[in-house]
Design a protein around this ligand. Structure first.
Ligand code: LMR
Length: 331
């Protein structure tokens, strides 16, 4: 009797030990989030918020590691790394998906969107939502759009009219649309990784670049570029992207929770982007390092007239109906 009791107790203890060991052994699902910007930017803040929300809501089940400042991968490598399972989440600028889908190139068309409200309307509309899935067959899923803001053009000489850009070298993201945009004003575009921009500007290997206020501020481009023309000629937004294999491999009870945390983090990041565009612009003005050139209506029209023919060059690839939908979002 006593013997069987002892046996029963030790059996219970053994089962409990095995169970706790297996819980300890099932490590949380790791999500590595790699990006190229500083932490104090809309994307940097969004990524950190996502980590915080996952820690709060899915502790022990999912863990997030964030790698800012191109520490893990530059945008030229991150999608390949994702396909290999070396990184699970990234948010490259929409301009950097050219190799994978022509449709996202729409966001690079110069002077397409009047403002960020129009961008938001288009992204949340049927065409924008459909485009999230445009790379599914290639193994990538867009989980949402994240804003940074409208782009400005900085240079080492004042740019008021398109002729001022002639023969100057501008760093661009890896986008043929952006290349065509600079060629349209007789400038020389150079596709270079974000991590190299500051040094290229500082050493005067290039004359200028285009970016958002928060990137110009956080990466100190304004310290090595005496002029910034406030063009608002294009948008720099992101696609929060994952691999189809990783996403579909998540347990069914976990995936919706990760998606919700991402949506909440994106909403937070979008809020940051709106505030930063204004605040970082002001910090640049206050620094007195760079003069901000405001264009008159007539000057801005010259840039529009020079750059807008780029639309028709890419309409076949992107789809005229998509361009029409984007234009309609301005109303
Ligand atoms: C750039 O390369 O200029 C941007 O895409 C950087 C970023 O991610 O905002």
């Amino acid at each position: 009797m006593l013997k069987s009791k002892v046996f029963l107790v030790s059996l219970v203890v053994a089962v409990a030990l095995v169970a706790s060991a297996s819980i300890a052994m099932s490590a949380p699902i790791l999500i590595k989030f790699s990006h190229v910007v500083a932490e104090n930017t809309p994307k940097g803040q969004m990524a950190n918020k996502f980590k915080q929300l996952i820690d709060e809501r899915l502790a022990g089940k999912v863990a997030v590691e964030v790698f800012p400042n191109s520490q893990l991968f530059g945008d030229d490598k991150v999608l390949e790394a994702m396909a290999l399972g070396d990184v699970q989440l990234a948010a490259p600028a929409l301009s950097k998906f050219e190799k994978y889908t022509p449709s996202l190139q729409i966001f690079d068309l110069p002077f397409l969107f009047d403002d960020m409200a129009a961008v938001e309307k288009f992204q949340q509309g049927p065409v924008g939502q459909e485009m999230l899935m445009s790379m599914k067959k290639k193994g990538y899923i867009g989980l949402g759009y994240l804003h940074n803001g409208m782009k400005q053009i900085s240079a080492n000489s004042p740019l008021r009219v398109p002729a001022d850009a002639k023969n100057k070298k501008f760093r661009i993201m890896t986008s043929d649309v952006l290349a065509a945009q600079y060629e349209a004003v007789g400038a020389m575009p150079l596709k270079k990784p974000f991590s190299e921009v500051f040094t290229l500007l500082q050493t005067k290997a290039i004359d200028g670049q285009e970016n958002t206020w928060s990137n110009i501020y956080s990466k100190k481009f304004y310290e090595v570029q005496p002029y910034i023309t406030e063009t608002d000629h294009g948008v720099l937004d992101y696609l929060v992207v994952t691999s189809t294999e990783f996403w579909m491999g998540l347990p069914d009870d976990i995936r919706p929770q990760v998606k919700k945390a991402l949506e909440d983090a994106i909403a937070f990041g979008n809020d940051v982007s709106a505030k930063k565009a204004e605040a970082d612009r002001q910090k640049i003005i206050d620094s007195n390092r760079s003069e901000i050139i405001k264009l008159t209506k007539a000057e801005r029209k010259l840039w529009i007239d020079a750059m807008k023919p780029v639309w028709s060059k890419f309409a076949g690839k992107i789809g005229q109906e998509k361009i029409d939908a984007a234009v309609a979002s301005n109303n």
